[in-house]
Design a protein around this ligand. Sequence first.
Ligand code: SF4
Length: 318
Amino acid sequence: MTEPDPTSSLAEGDAPALPADPTDLDAVRGALIDWYEHDHREFPWRGTEDPYEILVSEVMSQQTQLDRVVPAWEAFVERWPTTADLAAADRSEVVAFWSGHSLGYNNRAKYLHEAATQVETEFDGSFPTDPEGLQELMGVGPYTANAVASFAFNAGDAVVDTNVKRVLHRAFAVPDDDAAFERVASLVMPEGESRLWNNAIMELGGVACGTRPRCDEAGCPWREWCHAYETGDFTAPDVPTQPSFEGSRRQFRGRIVRALSAHDELPLAELGPKIRVDYSSDGEYGHEWLKGILEDLADEELVCVERTDGGAVAKLRE
Ligand code: SF4
């Protein structure tokens, strides 16, 4: 099957730095899936394909941090294990549960109760399986419908939320434009893999490519293609100014070692711009800053720095 040209559907001038070579696009997909399958945060709703349980997790997560959602979700599905149980419950009990667990707007509890009633009365106890049908349920908008279709039925489209936008903007220089995000998100998602893919890319946005990126610490699988990683510009639609890094020194240590591994030796004046785009020899991130990191690496016997007539050069230790 011929892979579509990833940039063909973008308006001129919007073309992102997405690998145009289909082999690369396969590699991009494979790298993320391997990374996700190797290790990811375990949330109880990731172990179920029950649309009701997934809907409850999605509605709860809209306003509440995931760590806090876990006990609330477990208590909710234990108390009302099916749509039939929830539909039969008194609405005031559901609302009381909601506010008792600080889950945000009580209307969500009412909508969830109503949606369960709809499933029982209008859909014979079975959820619709596609995003369009799911949107007929009370309080279920396009995002939630797509999430449930993906995670319960593997029948969704590419999820585009704030995390995914941040990842796509940084990795492939997708402009801050909803239509462009939708197009590129769909293009990178492997056909028929919405469950796995949406989980994986959302995990990348949550664990590695957060507002403060942790590219090296989290072993981001897209570093070799990532536009932000290459240029050092980690701003994003929800991160308008350059974020500060936790562990940034570690990040640049990794980059130095990678840059040096591709060369016998590198003058510091050449190494600097290779590891950060805003390197300027006299600036805050300049010669002195670079020397400090190289000294640490030298103390650990990873790197050596030698003086030559043309200035200092760095190389990996044998
Ligand atoms: S390399 Fe860094 S900036 Fe790029 S996608 Fe990965 S975590 Fe995000």
